[in-house]
Design a protein. Structure first.
Length: 132
């Protein structure tokens, strides 16, 4: 709800992936504060990227205490992603590469590892991997 006397046109959207999975986009008024959050819901856990990408919260699926035949999301573990320092580290690495002959930290091996990670996440979302 906007606390301003001027309305801001904000749209929500529901998209569908090629396989029919729903993707909910929820807009918000960014005049008061910036918010970017992403929640991925898998069979074995829910993973949230919060605080503008600086924190990752993981909630594993566990048996419900009050109804053992049901499952629910367990307590969360929060990890810092160090997203807020990535630009500084990249600039520092480029400077040291150009001035001090240091090696670049981003390599083909990094790109392959990211591709493997993405493939694992896709497999998890499709239930092809039993243990995360």
């Amino acid at each position: 709800v906007s606390q301003s006397r001027y309305a801001v046109p904000t749209l929500d959207a529901e998209l569908r992936s090629r396989d029919g999975a729903p993707v909910h986009l929820i807009g918000g008024d960014a005049r008061f504060y910036f918010i970017f959050e992403l929640t991925l819901i898998f069979e074995k856990a829910a993973i949230s990227i919060e605080n503008g990408g600086c924190d990752m919260r993981i909630r594993p699926v566990k048996r419900c205490r009050t109804n053992p035949s049901q499952y629910s999301l367990g307590r969360s573990e929060t990890q810092e992603t160090q997203h807020d320092q990535q630009f500084i580290l990249a600039v520092d690495n480029l400077y040291n590469f150009l001035k001090c002959d240091d090696p670049l930290r981003s390599t083909v091996a990094n790109a392959i590892r990211i591709q493997q990670l993405a493939s694992t996440l896709i497999s998890l979302s499709k239930g092809r991997i039993n243990n995360a």
